[in-house]
Ligand binder design. Structure first.
Ligand code: SF4
Ligand code: SF4
Length: 202
């Protein structure tokens, strides 16, 4: 027929043994490797990396970003000034704040409500980075299992006073330094925003 081009099919590999050899040799070498590891670990010659969780908790580095917490001032008040910077920076829009007028003039505002919908959170740490007063941090806790619906919205009280963090965390910052950075610090000391260790619990 005019206009039809016949394309030659590639020759079929008749050698089934050669065809299957690659698959079987790979499976066998994998099983041999697994068996060797099983043997050295069952005989105690090599330590297993498997953790018996939850009896044996995992330990992560100090940079681990787990469940959030709110820090406190030296006088025990929640450090947050309800500036909304964390809520604005949050890509998941899961921080909800209701600001209130503080009774003293030294502190302009404070959060009447501070809630994080943890099921929407992506643990990016932007809230921590955005906060100018070291009021919110992501901590070392990673266990979040639960069944009740309300458990997934972390309230201000929960964030500021969790038993796992021994009754709350005092901020490493002091009042007069909260707006200064390394490049602009008239006090000349270095206890500043860029020097806020995540895991310094008191
Ligand atoms: S860690 Fe990221 S997603 Fe989670 S509350 Fe903070 S800014 Fe939002
Ligand atoms: S946690 Fe920090 S950034 Fe968020 S509202 Fe409070 S002071 Fe502002």
């Amino acid at each position: 027929m005019a206009g039809v081009i016949k394309v030659a099919r590639p020759p079929e590999d008749k050698n089934l043994f050669q065809l299957a050899y690659g698959y079987f040799s790979t499976i066998l070498s994998g099983m041999a490797k697994t068996g060797a590891i099983f043997w050295v670990q069952i005989t105690g010659k090599e330590k297993s990396n498997t953790l018996e969780w939850p009896e044996q908790p995992a330990t992560y580095s100090d940079r681990f970003k787990g469940k959030h917490f709110l820090t406190r001032r030296d006088d025990g008040q929640v450090r947050c000034t309800a500036c909304f910077l964390c809520a604005t920076a949050c890509p998941a829009q899961c921080i909800h704040i209701v600001a209130g007028q503080h009774p003293t003039n030294e502190i302009e505002k404070f959060p009447l409500r501070f809630e994080i919908d943890i099921l929407r959170c992506v643990f990016c740490g932007f809230c921590e980075e955005a906060c100018p007063v070291d009021a919110i941090r992501l901590g070392p806790e990673y266990v979040m299992a639960g069944q009740a619906g309300e458990k997934w919205v972390y309230t201000k009280d929960y964030l500021a006073d969790r038993q796992e963090l021994v009754g709350g965390v005092t901020s490493v910052k002091i009042e007069n330094e909260k707006h200064f950075t390394t490049d602009h610090n008239p006090h000349g000391n270095d206890l500043i925003a860029t020097d806020a260790p995540h895991m310094r619990h008191h």
